[in-house]
Design a protein around this ligand. Structure first.
Ligand code: SF4
Length: 123
């Protein structure tokens, strides 16, 4: 169980095994990554940055976000493997994914978080 200061919930990582990736599927949204994170993912995929960008990224203002793919429940992140229900770049996933569900946003959107993540336990 993971606890974080200033959050009134904790998170059980074991729930990820049975959830099916609800945090990587659903409404359309942005999954941002820093330049360093993107370079690490490109290297992991054995692609040069241009090829990586073409295949996996969209430009949003000055940033890059991961592409999304249509899914029966909305959209999925392009890196979410629906057959094995896991992130294909898990070790290199960006900070935005690593810090889920401890986002400032969820402090005021608790109902949404309850819907999205079965691993969350409110104190
Ligand atoms: S990068 Fe991985 S953990 Fe992050 S949204 Fe995509 S599939 Fe999920």
């Amino acid at each position: 169980m993971i606890y974080k200061k200033d959050f009134d919930y904790s998170f059980d990582e074991n729930a990820c095994k049975i959830c099916g990736g609800k945090c990587c599927i659903g409404e359309s949204g942005y999954i941002y990554a820093s330049k360093e994170e993107l370079e690490a993912i490109a290297a992991f995929l054995n692609l040069n940055f241009e090829a990586f960008k073409e295949q996996y990224l969209i430009k949003v203002g000055f940033k890059y976000s991961f592409k999304e793919v249509k899914h029966e429940n909305g959209y999925r992140c392009i890196f979410f493997d629906t057959m094995y229900k896991k992130c294909l770049i898990y070790k290199h996933r960006p900070k935005q994914c690593k810090t889920f569900p401890f986002w400032e946003y969820f402090k005021t959107h608790k109902e949404e978080l309850k819907e999205e993540c079965i691993g969350v336990c409110f104190h």
